[in-house]
Design a protein around this ligand. Structure first.
Ligand code: HEM
Length: 546
């Protein structure tokens, strides 16, 4: 039985659906001549094939069959464009606000984060971005390296104690400890505050950490056919109705509770920080820098307290699970390919010997840059295992998409640009771009860091992203503001971990999937309820000199 809220939503949606259908017919706009896979049914279109599969699997087949721009069908025959073509992506991401985040994606993200930079559009985004930017520059981010290394070292101590003193190995869910450590890092880097998420047992007792660990799988994991149909129906609805749905639907109750806990935590931390700043104790943490930039902005551009709270929840939410996921996939790859593991460890140990001989205690950003194999491995991990697999945009005007490679239409015509109508739904395929054979080579479907050693991939083709010519951090006006933070934190953790431990697959490791939730997290097949996990055999490296 539908609740009264659902009944109101269904009646309103049905009305909007009819009006929308009539309007489309009248305007006669569409992308019917673009080729794409057969829909599973009129009700589901191709959406279950896309969202219920492991991330990247559907588009790997579709891009091979149809090229970089593919017509999919949403529920009820609605056209959806899947875009992996470099020039088309560049045009979408670099065109300011001509393509906005899709209203459904915006509202779903809001369930997790409340508001903040990832949600806003146009002038509001421009203002928020300007105020956030000084906290994420290179010098500011580089200054966090000692903090990253401190927490990487705490994480290693926990694993050492789990393994014991007998140089034995144990099977550890490495993801759970790593994501607690990156949560603690973000507490310090953002607020100079200790979340105490890292726990000697590996499992965090911090309530916000526990909730955040499950939010993606509980709220967005493996959508049922019913959820897909209902969400697609919302495509026909005005955004206020979408907001109403995510604000009241039982499906997102856990997400809303987590967001509320995040906002409560952010409010408390913001109050503490503001008091410290009044007393002149401001530091170099992200919040202090943000408040400084906010004060310097003219009165009408300043962020309200509410905006500041949402922004800090955004930074906590966007800034820790993503990096933890990249680290977990790294240990997965190292466990799968022992020769890569050895090569990376040798380079890290050699660099450590060099810096110690020079009287330096810990790595700096230029030490990371000097390690060629570490740099190549980092790029390959971010290429092959992007923590976000797709974006969702909508065109705000009729547009023309330029194409890197001509496209053959259903009528046999070959086109090198594609006119698209206002209001079309676009899935931007980060996964599809990162596996593009023309950019990354014919072996783009395999994991091979060497590709970044021997060629100039970073400068090849149409540049889209901000790092290594990858789409992993998005691009253009809305590229990830924390990408430098993510890379330096990632390399600080990886170098500390690899010189302390060896990794090996266990049978469960082979069952880990890229789960297609709002971020792409590692899930052991059939164990969605346990949240992101990465089981690996962990053994201390023998003869690590201290
Ligand atoms: C592996 C690490 C990370 C990955 C793969 C990643 C990926 C992304 C992507 C793809 C976007 C663009 C989304 C879109 O265009 O729809 C984005 C935006 C964003 N990211 Fe990250 N991110 C990572 C780490 C971080 C960190 C460490 C922070 C902060 C400390 C952060 C904060 C943000 C924010 C605030 C935005 C919104 C930017 C805007 O709309 O202007 N991210 N991220």
């Amino acid at each position: 039985m539908l609740t009264s809220t659902q009944q109101v939503a269904v009646v309103a949606l049905a009305g909007v659906f009819v009006l929308h259908f009539v309007y489309k017919r009248w305007k006669k706009i569409g992308i019917d001549h673009v080729r794409g896979p057969e829909p599973q049914s009129w009700l589901l279109g191709n959406m279950a094939q896309y969202f219920q599969a492991e991330a990247g699997v559907a588009e790997a087949k579709w891009t091979a069959d149809y090229g970089g721009v593919i017509k999919l069908q949403g529920a009820f025959g609605m056209p959806v464009l899947l875009v992996a073509d470099p020039k088309a992506l560049q045009s979408i991401y670099n065109s300011g606000y001509k393509y906005e985040k899709h209203p459904i994606r915006r509202q779903l993200t809001k369930v997790m984060l409340g508001g903040g930079l990832t949600i806003v559009e146009g002038d509001q985004h421009r203002i928020q971005r300007r105020i956030n930017t000084p906290a994420f520059g290179f010098p500011e981010t580089r200054a966090h390296i000692p903090l990253f290394i401190e927490y990487a070292s705490k994480l290693c101590q926990i694993w050492h104690s789990q393994v014991g003193t007998n140089e034995d190995s144990v099977v550890i869910d490495v993801n759970v400890t790593i994501s607690s450590a990156t949560m603690d890092v973000i507490g310090h880097a953002a607020f100079d505050y200790e979340f105490n998420a890292l726990n000697p047992d590996g499992v965090s007792e911090n309530p916000l950490k526990r909730a955040l660990a499950l939010i993606s799988t509980k709220s967005f994991g493996a959508p049922s056919d019913k959820t897909i149909i209902f969400q697609n129906l919302l495509e026909y609805a005005p955004e206020w109705l979408v907001a109403f749905y995510v604000d009241y639907s039982k499906k997102y109750a856990f997400g809303r509770a987590t967001r509320d806990l995040g906002i409560k935590t952010a409010k408390e931390l913001v109050e503490i920080k503001q008091e410290e700043l009044r007393l002149g104790k401001g530091k170099r943490d992200i919040f202090s820098l943000l408040v400084k930039a906010n004060h310097a902005a003219d009165a009408k551009s300043r962020l309200s307290d509410k905006d500041l709270h949402s922004q800090m929840v955004t930074i906590i939410g966007a800034g820790h699970e993503t990096t933890a996921t990249a680290l977990s996939w790294s240990l997965y790859e190292l466990g799968r390919q022992p020769e890569i593991q050895k090569r990376l460890r040798n380079e890290v140990n050699a660099q450590l010997d060099t810096i110690r001989a020079n009287g330096q205690a810990i790595f700096t950003s230029s030490d990371f840059e000097q390690m060629e194999y570490l740099t190549a491995f980092t790029k390959e991990i971010f290429r092959f295992h992007p923590a976000v697999a797709w974006g969702w945009r909508t065109s705000m005007h009729d547009q023309v998409l330029p194409l890197s490679k001509p496209l053959t239409t259903t009528t046999g015509e070959v086109i090198d640009s594609l006119p698209i109508p206002k209001g079309i739904s676009i899935l931007t395929s980060i996964f599809g771009f990162n596996r593009n054979k023309e950019v990354f080579g014919q072996d783009a479907d395999s994991f091979n860091p060497d590709r970044f050693l021997h060629s100039k991939i970073d400068n090849l083709g149409t540049p889209v992203g901000v790092y290594g010519n990858l789409m992993t951090f998005g691009g253009g006006t809305r590229a990830c503001i924390g990408w430098r933070f993510a890379i330096l934190e990632y390399q600080s953790f990886l170098t500390e971990i690899i010189r302390n431990f060896e990794f090996e697959w266990v049978p469960e490791t082979a069952k880990v999937r890229h789960e297609n939730v709002i971020v792409t997290v590692p899930i052991v097949e059939g164990q969605m309820d346990k949240g992101p996990r990465m089981p690996l055999r962990v053994r201390p490296v023998v003869n690590t000199e201290e």
